[in-house]
Design a protein around this ligand. Structure first.
Ligand code: ADP
Ligand code: TRP
Length: 321
């Protein structure tokens, strides 16, 4: 079973990203053929500062390698290192009705937010279809906002196959409903766009400062406290087993400790949990040539897989003569 995922290089990862998607992707490597890439062409639709895009791309690669993407088990590359994706993108464009793209929520949402409506923003689902179809993906794990894009990929593939025969493999999307939404420091969903995140690779002092800002109930120190709805508890439980959760609940119920104490405990839990990842991240930061080599080797593997499809596409469409 081939599982494909594209990750936009969009800056600091937070613990919502980790528990909501990265951890599952890392675990999937044990039993699936994972194809994962940094979607830098997608990021180009909104990031128009070249230096920034290249920095973000390398950072994203280091983040994912540190968090457990294993280039021995999986195929891991940067989108722009596989030229074939743009070739397929063009071939698919002829099978993409304008109406299909006009109905895309993400385009409408971005324009409603005031992002200038350029062509790449509009045709982005066709590029995403090329990403998916180029590698004969079976499953594409996505958040709810990306379901429509996988449906568009299927729709385009069906139209293409109707014209040329069964060339493209139809993918399925997978939404993991079991993943709980990780709350941010204000109790809303943790998200970059709400400015309420706790970053995975933040600095210790900054991390503590952020954690101290977590919104909690005002209850006198000596009184028992409510844990079920407490933002600090709900974050801490991500890092605790059953026994750890029970022990923390008991501390809440006993009274005598304030939310400040629980926040310090949470800060420690987060810091310790990510310690090995942080060390690996620091290693890659100091050995960026090694990271580039890993990415180049990943691209070689990815291109080999991609050519199976582009060779067929060139032949059936008649561009090979
Ligand atoms: P953000 O909302 O910070 O911009 P993204 O939309 O880039 O995050 O999300 C990247 C991945 O992380 C997606 O798969 C998404 O479902 C997951 N994710 C993001 N925030 C959370 C959260 N608070 N809880 C669970 N999963 C999350
Ligand atoms: N559009 C996705 C996002 O914004 C990233 C992405 C690009 C992707 N190509 C993909 C995801 C192919 C899955 C499959 O999150």
């Amino acid at each position: 079973m081939r599982l494909l995922t594209g990750i936009q290089p969009s800056g600091d990862l937070h613990i919502g990203n980790y528990f909501g998607s990265i951890r599952a992707m890392v675990e999937a490597q044990q039993e699936h053929d994972v194809f994962a890439f940094i979607a830098n062409y997608h990021a180009m639709t909104t990031v128009h500062d070249g230096k920034r895009l290249s920095t973000l791309t390398l950072q994203a690669a280091m983040d994912f390698l540190a968090l457990g993407i294993d280039p021995e088990k999986s195929t891991f590359w940067v989108q722009s290192d596989v030229d074939e994706v743009l070739e397929l993108y063009w071939a698919l464009s002829s099978f993409t009705p304008m109406g299909l793209l006009e109905r895309a929520h993400s385009y409408k949402d971005k324009v409603a937010k005031g992002i200038a409506a350029n062509h790449s923003l509009f045709s982005y689902p066709v590029l995403m279809a090329a990403d998916i179809l180029l590698f004969e993906s079976d499953i594409v794990p996505v958040g709810k906002d990306q379901i429509q894009h996988v449906e568009i990929a299927r729709d385009i593939a069906i139209r293409f196959n109707n014209a040329y025969g069964e060339i493209l493999h139809l993918p399925e999307f997978r939404v993991d409903d079991n993943v709980a939404t990780v709350p941010g420091i204000d109790g809303q969903k943790m998200s970059k766009s709400y400015g309420n995140t706790i970053n995975i690779f933040g600095e210790e002092k900054q991390q503590l400062k952020t954690i101290k800002k977590i919104v909690t109930e005002a209850v006198p120190l000596e009184e028992p406290k409510e844990w079920k709805e407490c933002n600090v508890y709900n974050l801490a439980k991500l890092f605790l087993d059953d026994e750890g959760c029970k022990a923390l609940q008991a501390r809440y119920e006993r009274g005598g400790e304030g939310h400040g104490h629980f926040k310090l405990y949470l800060a420690e839990l987060i810091w310790e949990y990510f310690r090995p990842y942080r060390e690996k991240r620091a290693y890659f930061e100091a050995h960026q040539d090694e990271v580039r080599d890993i990415l180049k080797a990943g691209a070689v593997k990815a291109r080999e897989a991609a050519r199976t499809i582009t060779d067929k596409v060139r032949s059936v469409t008649g561009v090979a003569y």
